[in-house]
Each structure stands twice: as structure tokens, then as C-alpha cells.
Design a protein around this ligand. Structure first.
Ligand SMILES: [Zn+2]
Length: 144
């Protein structure tokens, strides 16, 4: 079985090795005068392509007569595709957002404890707080 990295490196011209698992070459997908394509091999054998001019992996592989699946070892590509896409979650922002909503709820609790009444917009704001916290949970991949 040919490794993805071998397949890619064989198809490219004048590849220069720049480090362990790293290469630099001219991008086949655009009129490249200096080497703007960086090629990396990850630990699991997947090949990462990055063109500094902005060509996508799809364009680069097809310029080589290959497909995106050729960047992945074995049947990894189909397995990868079968899995639901995971969104990158910014947990810090999510937690800060939840904290803001907690402050809103706490101030309402203090107001109520002091005998104040919540008007419609106050109630509305508390419902919004609950909604925003639910949204944060679903962004983090959780279900209620
Ligand atoms: Zn390019």
C-alpha cells in the first residue's frame, strides 16, 4: 500500500524537505513562482496541504490528478466523512457567556428578594438567559 505522503510527494515537482514530516514546493494549482505550498504529514499518516496563495486541498489534489481521499491513509477518508462534523468550540467564550447570564439571573433574584417585582421585560430577559445557556450547551455538543 502506498502511503499518502509518498503518493503526494511523487506527484509534486522539486519538493524541498524543511523538517520532520514537512515539505515545501511550488503549488500545482496556481501559477506559482516561489514555493508556496507546504505539505505536512501528521502522525496518523494524513497529508495536510496548505497553499499560502489560498488554493484549497481539493484544487491542489485535482491538479495532481488525485483526489482528497488520497490524502488519507487506508479508508480513513470515508470513515472521517461518515462521522458528524465536529465544530470547534470556544469553551472560554461559552463559559463567559454563561457567567453573564448567571449575573443577570442573580440580580433578578436579589431584586425579587428585596420585594421588587419583575416587569415583562425583566421576565423576558430571564427567559433569554435560559435560552442563551441552552444555546451554549448545544454549541458544546450537548443535548438537553
Ligand atoms: Zn496554490
Amino acid at each position: 500500500m502506498t502511503l499518502p505522503i509518498d503518493k503526494i510527494l511523487q506527484s509534486l515537482e522539486s519538493v524541498k524537505r524543511t523538517g520532520t514530516g514537512k515539505w515545501q514546493t511550488r503549488c500545482p494549482a496556481h501559477d506559482d513562482r516561489r514555493p508556496s505550498l507546504s505539505v505536512r504529514e501528521t502522525e496518523d499518516g494524513t497529508v495536510l496541504l496548505h497553499c499560502f496563495a489560498g488554493c484549497g486541498a481539493q484544487e491542489i489534489t485535482s491538479a495532481l490528478g488525485l483526489g482528497l481521499a488520497d490524502l488519507f491513509p487506508g479508508d480513513r477518508y470515508s470513515v472521517t466523512n461518515a462521522k458528524p462534523m465536529r465544530r470547534t468550540v470556544d469553551y472560554k467564550s461559552a463559559l463567559l457567556g454563561i457567567h453573564t447570564e448567571a449575573v443577570v439571573v442573580a440580580s433578578a433574584a436579589v431584586a425579587l428578594a428585596n420585594g421588587e417585582e419583575l416587569d415583562d421585560s425583566g421576565v423576558e430577559r430571564l427567559l433569554t438567559a435560559e435560552q442563551r445557556i441552552s444555546d451554549a450547551i448545544s454549541v458544546a455538543g450537548g443535548a438537553l
